[in-house]
Write a protein that binds this ligand. Sequence first.
Ligand SMILES: Cc1cc2nc3c(=O)[nH]c(=O)nc-3n(C[C@H](O)[C@H](O)[C@H](O)COP(=O)(O)O)c2cc1C
Length: 121
Amino acid sequence: MKNTQLDSEKILIVYLSRTKNTKAVAEMIQQEVGGDLVELELVNPYPEDYRAIVAQVARENETGFLPLLKTKVDLSKYDSIFLGFPTWGMQLPPPIKSFLRENDLDGKTVIPFNTHAGTSR
Ligand SMILES: Cc1cc2nc3c(=O)[nH]c(=O)nc-3n(C[C@H](O)[C@H](O)[C@H](O)COP(=O)(O)O)c2cc1C
């Protein structure tokens, strides 16, 4: 793909990934458009155990809890933000909600991308 629209110097690809599916897509995007690749990490990582993380995320979604992000990004040098995330509990993962709360995306071109296991929304 020839990139005529985006200035690769000003592209950020930021993503959340637990089992590396979203990471793989993020890397494909970077190969196509360039830019900086940043993985979102948490101050307190989620449990490895699948059932434990599903239960914790369900609680966080119910209460509106926003986990603290270890990763801080200065968005001022970027025009375009690719934002990648898996579906968790049929919605945005809480860390992505934290990212959106913490960062002002006003005036940026935001290109979301998503991986999921097959539920229809
Ligand atoms: C806590 C949790 C909740 C999930 N909820 C959903 C869901 O509601 N629908 C779905 O299709 N996949 C769901 N998945 C599966 C992931 O979206 C899917 O495996 C995704 O590709 C994982 O991306 P990753 O490898 O980048 O972490 C869930 C996974 C986790 C860990």
